[in-house]
Design a protein around this ligand. Structure first.
Ligand code: AMP
Length: 404
């Protein structure tokens, strides 16, 4: 028999007990802020028909073309592990007739997403994302609210040096026109582009602006900027988003080359990054924007929408790096025990199990090590757990019904 590889899959990681505290903190923060802003929790399935992403995210995107985990079920359906949440939200909005509800419909969630990416810092094949989307509203105030919410989450988690980068990429009216201008520009410099971008030139020229290759960056530096080619309505929308951000005193940086790789984005796109002295080490913490066309692409009504997704693993990596655990999360939390129940002898052990249940009923956290017989070992365990108080329950105590 061949040996089983005792190793998790590349890009997929265990979250061990000692790291749970960070994840819990991020999840709590997302939940509190999403609730405060009136977003309702939704949970969509991890598996969807692949078509939802092929049509929704876009067949020429890296996510769909290179990174999506697809499989054929025994029944013959082509399904995919969700690489992101947004198309699933749009599918659910259509399926449950949410257009009949008061608009916008504000939804949030968090859970695992899957992309078969090249492993590198901050890029995993299974990662946790949170998502906030408002569907059914075209007002620029929604864009700024989504930006503010996600910024608030990072602030709540004590992030400093975070920057909002923002751009507008136009809509169905002006985006195709800009695409043409951009294609012409890059076509005349095709030989200076990396091989991936030469392919992108045919399929998705906007993606060239996203390329991190140095040779492409040089070409990009002289490329036309979408902001100069917005139609009147996109221009007005963008101006208002920025005015709202000013009003909210959220500082942002205009990034004329921020396009975000997905087909469905229209108008506003933004990312939140943490800048260190060496720049952003592992990419954006949050990314999002408007996706006015998505619901219609998937077969629903014309539904303007805006949203964002945050990478919980990346956020946790940075929190760990600065040991948030020690400062705020590190204090003994309410449900962490301050008392240890040590037992000695068979009868005391039996009664201790019952006693433990009584503590649980009374909601008093208590630690134990019932598998151990020696008092010395149990005291050592209590010490390692940083617990100051020990209840000792021995043979005599068990007989006479008291405890030390
Ligand atoms: P995206 O849907 O690509 O805009 O991603 C939104 C956020 O999810 C990003 O800003 C990252 O923080 C996070 N993210 C995306 N892909 C990955 C990945 N492969 N591993 C870890 N986090 C990711």
């Amino acid at each position: 028999m061949s040996k089983i590889k005792i190793q998790s899959l590349t890009g997929m990681h265990d979250i061990l007990p000692e790291d749970q505290v960070y994840f819990k903190k991020v999840k709590k923060s997302v939940e509190n802020i999403a609730n405060y802003y009136g977003f309702g929790r939704i949970d969509t399935p991890v598996l969807e028909y692949a078509e939802v992403f092929i049509k929704g995210t876009g067949s020429a995107t890296d996510i769909v073309e290179k990174e999506m985990y697809t499989l054929r079920t025994k029944g013959g359906d082509l399904v995919a592990l969700r690489p992101e949440f947004t198309p699933g939200f749009a599918r659910s909005y259509i399926e449950h007739g949410m257009y009949n509800l008061p608009q916008p419909v504000k939804l949030w969630t968090l859970g695992p997403c899957f992309r078969h990416e090249r492993p590198q810092a901050g890029r995993y094949r299974q990662f946790l994302q949170f998502e906030v989307d408002a569907l059914g509203d075209k007002s620029p105030s929604i864009d700024s609210q989504i930006i503010q919410m996600t910024y608030d989450i990072l602030k709540d988690l004590s992030f400093k040096n975070i920057t909002i980068e923002i751009n507008s990429i136009g809509d169905q009216e002006c985006k195709p026109y800009f695409r043409k201008i951009l294609t012409n520009y890059f076509r005349s410099r095709k030989s200076s582009l990396c091989s991936d971008c030469q392919r992108r030139l045919r399929e998705n020229p906007l993606r060239i602006l996203d390329c991190k290759e140095e040779k492409c960056q040089r070409v990009k530096a002289g490329a036309p900027q979408v902001i100069d080619h917005l139609c009147e309505s996109c221009h007005a929308h963008f101006k208002q988003v920025l005015e709202f951000l000013d009003e909210l005193e959220l500082s942002y940086a205009l990034n004329p080359y921020l396009v975000r790789g997905l087909d469905y984005y229209t108008k506003t796109v933004f990312e939140i990054v943490q800048k260190s002295d060496e720049g952003s080490i592992q990419g954006a913490l949050v990314g999002g924007g408007r996706f006015d066309g998505l619901v219609k692409i998937l077969g629903g009504r014309d539904t303007p929408a805006c949203g964002a997704a945050g990478g919980i693993n990346r956020i946790v990596n940075l929190m760990k790096a600065r040991e948030v655990k020690r400062s705020s999360a590190g204090r003994k939390k309410q449900n962490e025990p301050n008392i240890f129940l040590a037992q000695l002898g068979q009868m005391a052990k039996r009664k201790s199990l019952k006693l433990f249940e009584e503590f649980r009923d009374a909601k008093i956290p208590i630690a134990e090590s019932f598998s151990k017989d020696s008092l010395k070992t149990q005291l050592k365990t209590a010490d390692k757990m940083g617990i100051r108080w020990v209840l000792i329950f021995g043979q005599k105590e068990a007989l006479e019904d008291f405890i030390i």
